[in-house]
Write a protein that binds this ligand. Structure first.
Ligand code: ISL
Ligand code: CA
Length: 535
């Protein structure tokens, strides 16, 4: 029953996790070879970023066949083996369901552009406006406008993301039937559920002009529309037949919207990824970052803890820079890495660990745009160049926000390519792998890895950390203190997000500290995290 409320979920970015055949690209046999690592961490499920055939313009988020495995990653048999081997270790497998758009290389698109029935209206096609301009004024997630001309069809198609990611048209009922088939295909193979990509954007009301905004003009026409909720309820009927789990990736959700998506009695999703806490260090859009302000971050977390009965808890994923340089402190790498782990594993909700987070991997150390692969970074570079933003500033903006920060290969050991591959990795390995790698941390009882393992175990042992309610006690510009409570059990967590000592009002029997100490008198060291139990 509701296994996902007790489990920790681990996100794998397959391209960068483990290569098994020396072609420099992570693959499914590679994942299988590392399942013991995940079992040791105590994860209950893995979520794989897309492993379907794809031209890889957006690394698998542009799918060209929903019912197969990308040959770069392996075969359907490898996937079956992964599901089986994971199951033997008590680990469920979740797939990424990307159904807002397909690759323009998908057979449906190839037929749609040729007006072959029934595919003709599988996508949003539109002619130019009478004055010859684009069908509407919408702008997309990767910084461009959202329309691409297609010579074959003689019309424009809509793409909220990259040009090669054409949005599916759910006004056409056949599209939903196709998606249901896709769900059944994978659920029959033993997949436990799905992470649903940008799932709150599926339905576009109509294609009229949007209100002008700094970014994402047109958003009001497709953000969390009632018809999207209908679609989710229909999909849920299929999922329920398999007792499958879903977590929605839901951009720009408010707590109200989130409740409508995952309240139990609405029968849509099981939980959602909200973004507000990841936007605490930016002005309007992710490219305009300001310094991290812990207080705003704590207040945001408190708000979501209060507003929703159950949250996803995450600080990293494949679209975000790494958490230690962002919310922690490089100078206190070990301490702040453990502090962030403590936050992640003691809030109320399902924690998601992103690959490499468990060893404290940090942002890439690339020297220039040529070393980047991310389609979003390349688009932004083009746009900033067009506006004559000087090289230095352009690179600064991109380096700070690029999604490739989190996509560099996993650092397993200090051998060639950090043990990721015997060949040339598809994306550079961070040069710090000599200092940050799993093998070293396994041998160091004080490592970030061992801290994750320890807290994961503590969380399994103490129901209060999983199911207990949440009460905040202090949230200042640097200190966050909260309590979890279940029956008569009370556990208090105190976190110091600063380089200076700090006093907090809480005391109790010390369960854990990321410093060496036997007891706690209320004074936190820099970046100290303590877990206390009512004496
Ligand atoms: O990462 C973002 C901005 O940098 C987000 O706006 C992101 O694009 C949004 O969260 C949607 O992300 C998901 O869908 C995209 C894909 O590129 C992302 O990797 C995926 O997580 C399109 O499929
Ligand atoms: Ca490979």
């Amino acid at each position: 029953m509701e296994w996902w409320k007790d489990a920790i979920i681990y996100q794998i970015y397959p391209r960068s996790f483990q290569d098994s055949n020396g072609d420099g690209i992570g693959d499914i046999p590679g994942i299988i070879s590392r399942l013991d690592h995940l079992q040791e961490l105590g994860v209950g499920a893995i979520w794989l970023s897309p492993v379907y055939p794809s031209p890889n313009d957006d690394n698998g988020y542009d799918i060209s066949d929903y019912k197969n495995i990308n040959p770069e990653y392996g075969t359907l048999e490898d996937m079956d083996r992964l599901i089986l081997e994971a199951k033997r270790r008590g680990i469920r497998v979740l797939m990424d369901l990307v159904i807002n758009h397909t690759s323009t290389k998908h057979e449906w698109f190839e037929k749609s552009r040729r007006r072959i029935e029934p595919y003709g209206d599988y996508y949003y096609w539109a002619p130019a406006k009478p004055d010859g301009t684009l069908p509407n004024n919408w702008t997309g997630f990767f910084g461009e406008h959202c329309w691409q001309w297609d010579d074959v069809r003689g019309e424009y198609y809509l793409h909220l993301f990259a040009r090669t990611q054409a949005d599916l048209n759910y006004h056409c009922p056949k599209v939903l039937d196709e998606v249901k088939e896709v769900l059944r295909f994978w659920l029959d193979r033993g997949v436990a559920g799905f992470r649903c990509d940008v799932i709150n954007l599926l339905w576009k009301d109509n294609l009229s002009d949007g209100e002008r905004r700094l970014a994402l003009t047109g958003l009001e026409h497709y953000l969390s529309r009632p018809e999207t909720h209908d679609i989710l309820r229909q999909l849920r009927k299929v999922l329920d037949g398999y007792k499958a789990f879903t977590v929605g990736e839901t951009v720009f959700v408010t707590p109200d919207m989130a409740r409508d998506l995952c309240a139990e009695d609405r029968e849509e999703l099981n939980m959602v990824f909200s973004f507000e806490h990841m936007e605490c260090d930016q002005h309007f859009i992710k490219w305009l970052k300001h310094d991290f302000r812990p207080k705003a971050f704590f207040e945001c977390l408190i708000k979501w803890q209060k507003e929703l009965p159950w949250n996803t808890i995450y600080l990293e994923n494949h679209d975000q820079p790494r958490s230690i340089p962002r919310f922690g402190c490089d100078g206190y790498w070990r301490e702040s890495g453990k502090l962030l782990a403590t936050l992640l594993l003691t809030l109320r909700g399902t924690p998601f660990i992103y690959q490499g987070q468990e060893i404290g991997m940090v942002d890439f150390d690339f020297d220039g745009i040529d070393q980047l692969n991310d389609v979003e970074s390349r688009n932004v570079n083009r746009i900033l160049s067009a506006y004559h933003v000087p090289d230095g500033m352009r690179w600064k903006i991109i380096a700070r926000s690029s999604r490739d920060n989190a996509r560099t290969p996993m650092q397993w050991d200090d051998g060639p390519n950090a043990g990721f591959s015997t060949g040339k990795p598809w994306l550079g390995v961070n040069r710090n792998f000599h200092f940050i790698n799993l093998a070293d941390q396994e041998n160091d009882s004080d490592s970030i890895w061992n801290w994750y393992k320890d807290l994961s175990k503590l969380r399994r042992e103490r129901e209060v950390l999983r199911r207990g309610d949440f009460l905040w006690l202090e949230a200042t510009h640097r200190v966050f203190v909260y309590r979890r409570r279940l029956g008569r059990e009370r556990v208090t967590v105190a976190l110091n997000f600063s380089n200076r000592c700090a006093w907090v009002g809480s005391q109790g029997r010390l369960l854990r500290s990321n410093y060496q100490r036997d007891s706690f008198n209320g004074r936190l060291h820099p970046w100290e995290a303590v877990i206390l139990e009512d004496a």
